[in-house]
Design a protein around this ligand. Structure first.
Ligand code: AMP
Length: 277
């Protein structure tokens, strides 16, 4: 499994490849959620490129860029063991040679990017859109595979592909969870054991909200769930019912609408979402 360390290495590898290519972008510290995306990619394309890069552009000041878990050696072992074709592991100076502040950015529409996670993390989705577009230009994949876990990211990247007339096909893999329901996340490894015991309540509240009778108002149950989580020790950033396509707020429970949640335990920020069946 070739390990490509910079844009030049990736470009020359790509020129030598024949057959369809799927790209799975990650920030590493891989878990079974990432591996499920690799599997989905392998089912749809002849070759799969996984990128591992903790993108400084999508972290704000005071966020967990420095503390973000990194485990490159074991990530590479896992990917090789699962038959990944190649891995792209660039450094900051390779992707942003002029430095992050001088970098040209892709700015997604405010309607999608200034809400939910974007309201708490200004510039986050511009950082995400920029790195994804750079990866697409470098790797020229036929298919891009993202996870439903980061649903707002999935929607924003989908619109970017559309708006910028990119022909890459976007696939979305379902959220993988631990047995207790907690959505797998690299950040889970930063939870203390007491916080890890609490964390599955996020998924439990989402599941309960998804079971509200169709047509019932969303606001009061959302407020009650938020209060239960705060009482348990979470700091809830948002807990909202939104349209899965437009991400606009929705007042009443209806099939296909989506509950989205972000909450902090200590300095670990967790997100999750579930769709109403
Ligand atoms: P990350 O490394 O957290 O940036 O995630 C890389 C990709 O994996 C993104 O497309 C995520 O949406 C996806 N992903 C993260 N967690 C999960 C999960 N639990 N199940 C499925 N996909 C996930």
């Amino acid at each position: 499994m070739p390990i490509l360390r910079n844009p030049e290495g990736l470009r020359s590898w790509r020129q030598r490849q024949r057959g369809s290519l799927a790209l799975v972008p990650t920030m590493g510290h891989l878990h079974a959620g990432h591996i499920s995306l690799l599997r989905l990619a392998q089912a749809r394309a002849e070759q799969v490129l996984v990128s591992i890069y903790v993108n400084p552009l999508q972290f704000g000041p005071g966020e967990d860029f420095a503390a973000y878990p990194r485990s490159l050696e074991s990530d590479l072992q896992q990917l090789a063991g699962h038959g990944c074709t190649a891995v792209f592991v660039p450094g900051d100076e390779d992707l942003y040679p002029r430095g992050a502040t001088e970098q040209t950015r892709i700015v997604p529409p405010e309607r999608l990017s200034n809400i939910l996670c974007g309201a708490q993390r200004p510039g986050h989705f511009a950082g995400v859109a920029t790195i994804v577009l750079k990866l697409l230009h470098l790797a020229q994949p036929d298919i891009l595979v993202l996870g439903e876990k980061d649903f707002q990211q999935y929607r924003i990247v989908g619109q970017m592909l559309d708006d910028l007339n990119l022909s890459t096909q976007l696939l979305c893999g379902p959220t993988q969870r631990d047995e207790d329901g907690l959505a797998l996340s690299s950040r889970n490894s930063r939870l203390t054991s007491a916080q890890r015991v609490l964390a599955p309540r996020l998924a439990a509240e989402l599941r309960q909200l998804c079971q509200l009778p169709i047509g019932s108002p969303a606001q009061a149950p959302a407020q009650a769930a938020r209060e239960r989580l705060q009482a348990a020790g979470f700091r809830v950033d948002y807990l909202e019912l939104r349209d899965s396509e437009s991400l606009e707020p929705i007042a009443e429970s209806r099939p296909g609408a989506r509950w989205l949640l972000a909450a902090r335990l200590g300095d670990v920020r967790l997100i999750d979402n579930m769709v109403i069946p």
